[in-house]
Design a protein around this ligand. Structure first.
Ligand SMILES: Nc1ncnc2c1ncn2[C@@H]1O[C@H](COP(=O)(O)OP(=O)(O)OP(=O)(O)O)[C@@H](O)[C@H]1O
Ligand SMILES: [Mg+2]
Length: 267
């Protein structure tokens, strides 16, 4: 079996904020063409890792490599054409409309000689259709519900049409139908050849959709591999301190996590 070189990797990095180190000596490979999902408890460093992968945070030691070269030696435009990031709490410019925000995803493709085109228009329309926000096009982003707003941001990242997609909790705020729609969309993009990295809190969804799973705790990778090998009672307890049983998902045969009942639940 030949293993493709990792398009994106963290190499022996220290990540943190000022003097606060969140991860030390962290090494993570984003496998090419896989749908990687990162799981782990609150504050363990998942978003910090994603920010480092997207060049939003510079390691104080070690490196982040994009296509084998230090990501901090690449231009903003080069990085923006290679990877799209959905941050955990994105902030929209005041008063911007949905259509204008999604259109910003096309900025990295524009230049002095390359103005807005019919192709840009079509890509934006397609991204809005895929995220079920076409009807919201002229609304102000400030006025939307949390779930509507989240889908607008996903559309913006899709409009960037990057081979690499980094999504920090793409399903937050979404009702169950929209959660599944967004994850199905991610799975489709993966089948079409994109490399995805998403942070998810729902372990059952992570087990269903990921082709590669990374479990983190206290800034470090505790386990990684195929979902069936990672979503086990031992690893879930080790990562989350949660006693649980694992049963087979009757729909997909992937692991399903059942938290152990506490004495009070049993009456
Ligand atoms: N801008 C910042 N300045 C200082 N500390 C920060 C900053 N952002 C995050 N931290 C701290 O870094 C640690 C890791 O945060 P991070 O956002 O990476 O966690 P996370 O795993 O994404 O958690 P969650 O599941 O809650 O999103 C936390 O202790 C957090 O308080
Ligand atoms: Mg986070």
């Amino acid at each position: 079996m030949t293993v493709s070189p990792s398009p994106l990797a963290v190499e022996n990095a220290t990540l943190g904020y000022g003097r606060l180190a969140i991860s030390e000596g962290l090494t993570v490979d984003v496998p090419d063409g896989e749908f990687t999902v990162i799981i782990g408890p609150n504050a363990c460093g998942k978003s910090t890792l994603l920010k480092a992968l997207a060049r939003m945070l510079k390691p104080s030691a070690g490196r982040v490599l994009l296509d084998g070269r230090d990501i901090h030696s690449r231009s903003t435009r080069t990085v923006a054409r290679r990877l799209g990031l959905l941050p955990q709490s994105p902030i929209a410019p005041d008063g911007i409309t949905v259509a204008d925000l999604v259109a910003r995803g096309r900025y990295p493709h524009q230049g002095i000689l390359r103005q807005w085109s019919a192709r840009d228009e079509a890509v934006v329309a397609e991204a809005m259709e895929a995220t079920d926000i076409t009807d919201l096009a002229s609304r102000s982003v400030d006025e939307l519900s949390g779930g509507q707003r989240q889908r607008v941001w996903i559309a913006m990242v899709l409009a960037q049409q990057t081979p690499l997609l980094l999504l920090d909790e793409p399903t937050t705020y979404l009702d169950i139908t929209h959660q599944i729609e967004v994850l199905d969309l991610c799975a489709k993009l993966h089948r079409e050849g994109r490399t995805l990295v998403a942070v998810l809190h729902d372990l059952n969804q992570a087990a269903r959709y990921a082709t590669h799973l990374i479990a983190m705790r206290d800034g470090a990778v505790v386990a990684e591999g195929a979902p069936a090998d990672i979503v086990t009672d031992d690893i879930v307890e080790k990562v989350f301190d949660l006693p649980c049983r694992i049963i087979e998902d009757p729909e997909t045969a992937t692991p399903l996590v059942i938290p152990r009942a506490r004495p009070r639940d049993l009456g």
